[in-house]
Design a protein around this ligand. Sequence first.
Ligand code: NAP
Length: 546
Amino acid sequence: MTESQLEVQHFDAVVVGAGFSGLYMLYKLRELGYSVRVYEAAEDVGGTWYHNRYPGARCDIESIYYNYTFSEELLNEWTWSQRFAEQPEILDYINFVANRLDLRRDIQFKTRITAARYNENYHFWEIDTDTGNLLTASYFITALGCLSASNTPNIKGMDCFKGEMYHTGKWPHEEVRFKGKRVGVIGTGSSGIQAIPIIAKEASSLTVFQRTPQYSTPAQNHAYDPEYIRQIRNNYSEIKKAMSESRHGVPSFPREELAIEVSPDVRKQAYEKAWQEGGLFTLLYQFSDLGFGENANETAQDFIRSKIREIVQDPEVADKLMPSFFYGTKRPIIDTNYFETYNRENVTLVDIKNTPIMEITPTGLKTEETEFELDMIVFATGFDAITGPFFKMDIRGKGGVPLKEKWAGGANLKTYLGLATAGFPNMFMITGPQSPSVLSNMIVSIEQHVEWIADFLEYLRKNNHDEFDVAPPAEEAWSEQCREITEMTLLPKTDSWYMGANIEGKPRGFLAFAGGVGLYRQICNDVAAKGYEGFITLPASRAMNL
Ligand code: NAP
């Protein structure tokens, strides 16, 4: 270790992560005159879009809404090529922003924050990195991404596999070639469903190991017409307003009609129109009771199941692909030729709910019934979502209490607005648990959080306060409100990663705020307008408690 590494560096704010949220937080605080340093484990900016470079990776939010909106210059200087941008184009966009705003000079790459402790005497955070930096920061801001801790199931024998093995969430930078190979994909969530059609076209054979069949509807992706882009640009302030007041951070709203009150013909027409139109929420927005009513939801399920049956030629394969949970209680999936891929001669579907994977062998994979010879295994098995990335660091608050301990047990997961948690003073979470985050267009949620945090820091500075904490009753009330809203929907009725159900041993509990980004923004604004109600703030002038 060099001498300079042993020096303690102090910043007003240390931000963890250089994805969309960390980059905007850096820009915002730097503009306001704070000293800020971002630490990023990867070699470059991008966060989720840096790591998820598997074949077929693309956005499920329309590109024109999936960008920063805080700067008109940025909006006007970037032009998306297609409705659902592919990962390389999104990563290019993030690089464009990082260059344009000269962000890299305040980012330390290839450095992982390993631990952070709140020092109650000095009211700052002491932070350790895996490169030996010793840091202190008045504010510790996590910009971790909700889906950055990849989940690879521990399958017997996996260390002995002689072929290639990848996880979609940690895809290598070098080109992965499928040509002439026997490939197995485990997992049929958004990542698997995007990758499977592409891999199938190249591989000599593709075996899909499916645990839970999924609803997926066509993305209906297409190149953008320049005239359409021009119109969008001209109307962006209205679009931005609509996004910020919406349910999911896109400028559209569910129709008011109820599915259970219209005739089967009217329903079918609505669903058919949505199917042709494509997009993430289009089908879900056809009727306002699809997220709440079991019978209503079943009409959407039936429609998608009938489509799967129409597309998939082999009825036995179609049977295996029939999903049965409430539509929309896992993040909806949009695809390009997913179900069509099962009509290919070189594709086999294996139902691992009925015939579970027993082990990985040196040359393939064994289920209860069959042994499959494979050259490559792709894990599309998702993430330890939302809380997982926090637990990769040893974060300790007042009294040395580990965050992991505070949040142990799903029902104990308590935050205030998903932005902060009691006993962890001066720590902010961008798109943390119990915020709308993963249920929304992430960029809309990120911008709102970053701006709210910056306003709060300005409030503290102007009032000459240097410490905030959450009042425990405020987080009790917020957590209860989150639970009550979730209970009004169908969301908790499904075993999903929203519920922590995909990770063995993870406590069950809904991890986000389900009331929509518009309502959430209003609540956050009200809290600010009432002098940051629910927060306890303390003046910098008080004697240090030494
Ligand atoms: P995911 O939705 O959690 O899907 C993981 C898949 O792996 C599921 O089919 C799951 O089955 C299966 N699986 C997990 N553990 C398994 C095990 N031990 N054995 C066998 N199968 C197992 O993960 P994801 O596809 O990476 O997507 C996660 C989220 O990332 C999405 O919901 C979305 O929010 C985001 N994402 C977005 C896009 C996009 O379009 N922009 C693309 C990719 C990801 P079960 O369903 O039975 O658990």
